[in-house]
Write a protein that binds this ligand. Structure first.
Ligand SMILES: Nc1ncnc2c1ncn2[C@@H]1O[C@H](COP(=O)(O)OP(=O)(O)OP(=O)(O)O)[C@@H](O)[C@H]1O
Length: 384
């Protein structure tokens, strides 16, 4: 526990050297990043990059194999989340989350869903006895406060007109907002949202963005967001962390990340021979436009399954001789890094035809790189 009272823009969440292994599979490898208080931090990356695993470590569903996750609250207290029992993470560390698949009580009304979320507070007010049933005044006050809070968040989510309808009757986008309203009823300091825009139409996405910006601007709750919808990520995030195969490949402002060649290569899932083309085209509006419209079908968002995309035919080395099996083509970001290092080490070599450079820079298991072809016409969805 620390005593110093944190101010806005201090780190609310500090992830340090986090690793999560499932048998021989390294889902997260030595990951470090921060989420600042009062900001929206997005965690992005292709399917299987490890985003949900990071959430599961933060929210106590998984205990990490290695590393530290520190949550610093506004009152100055701080918690090592990997050591806290699961049920204490929402109550003591004030971390709430939503899931990729909606988890509402569909037969209950909207209001009831938001009251159930405040169950702990009501139980405490009843002294964990039947006093609540007999109109104990402390319980009555807590009950009235819970209803007020529920109404407040139904209004914020633009759902108050449907307070008495079963949650299952709501359109999909409204159910997503109800989940967020329910999480907010627990008074979180960190709200973790797993793909809140998945399956939403553009109008629903706009309503979601408005709700998240309202939370950020008016509650002081910090948001950690997993999202494949680049329009949402780029519009509302203050800070973006990009994962590929469990490793961080970029970390910075939305602008910095969207023009990072490693991100473009990894996220667009470009072909081997096009990695170099992407490198030369950073800042090209066509490339950025592709990033905005989302990853290619081989990399998501689609089903948001937690499985690797594509055939398992290649490997990437991790620390201490461990290996994670990944789809052929492996780390595109790694290829970009290797290419940049090779060019830095030997500027003359960098001027050679691309096939010669590629064979030095890329892992032996990669497909042979074809001679450099001007333009990007071979890239999937490339410039016309
Ligand atoms: N409980 C588990 N047991 C074994 N492997 C797992 C488990 N959970 C996740 N994985 C593996 O860890 C890797 C990362 O999965 P994760 O779901 O975190 O990725 P993701 O980036 O959230 O993907 P998506 O965008 O598809 O949701 C994948 O290879 C996945 O199959």
């Amino acid at each position: 526990m620390s005593d110093a009272s944190p101010s806005m823009n201090d780190a609310i969440l500090q992830v340090e050297h986090l690793s999560m292994k499932f048998g021989g599979l390294v889902a997260i490898g030595d990951l470090s990043f921060q989420a600042r208080r009062g900001e929206i931090t997005a965690l992005i990356g292709p399917n299987g990059a490890g985003k949900t695993t990071v959430f599961n470590c933060i929210t106590g569903f998984y205990k990490p194999s290695e590393g530290m996750i520190t949550l610093s609250r506004r009152d100055g207290s701080s918690f090592l989340l990997e050591r806290l029992p699961n049920h204490e993470i929402p109550a003591r560390a004030k971390v709430a989350r939503t899931f990729q698949n909606i988890r509402l009580f569909s037969g209950m009304t909207l209001l009831e869903n938001l009251l159930v979320a405040q169950h702990n507070k009501l139980m405490k007010a009843s002294g964990y006895t039947v006093l609540g049933l007999f109109g104990f005044s402390g319980y009555r006050t807590a009950s009235a406060e819970s209803i007020d809070l529920a109404r407040h968040w139904l209004e914020k989510a633009d759902l108050v007109d449907r307070a008495d309808d079963p949650a299952g009757d709501l359109p999909y986008g409204a159910q997503r907002r109800l989940e967020i309203a329910r999480a907010m009823c627990t008074g979180p300091e960190l709200l973790c949202l797993d793909e809140p825009a998945a399956g939403l139409n553009p109008k629903e996405s706009m309503a979601l963005n408005a709700l998240l910006m309202d939370i950020k601007d008016n509650t002081g709750t910090s948001i950690l967001l997993i999202e494949h919808d680049m329009a949402v990520v780029m519009q509302i995030s203050d800070h973006v962390v990009v994962l590929e195969y469990g490793r961080k490949i970029s970390d910075g402002s939305p602008h910095a990340v969207r023009t990072d060649p490693r991100v473009i290569a990894a996220y667009l899932g470009v072909e081997d021979e096009d990695v170099e083309t992407v490198l030369t085209e950073v800042g090209d509006e066509d490339v950025i436009e592709q990033l905005d419209t989302g990853p290619d079908s081989a990399h998501g968002p689609g089903t948001s399954s937690s499985y690797l995309a594509g055939p398992v035919t290649d490997t990437v080395g991790h620390s201490e001789g461990e290996r994670v099996t990944v789809s052929k083509g492996a780390s595109k970001a790694g290829q970009v890094d290797a290419r940049s290092s090779a060019a830095a080490a030997s500027p003359a070599a960098a001027k050679q035809p691309s096939a010669a450079k590629s064979s030095a820079a890329k892992p032996a298991t990669k497909a042979q790189v074809k001679p450099n072809t001007p333009g990007v016409s071979k890239r999937r969805g490339g410039r016309k």
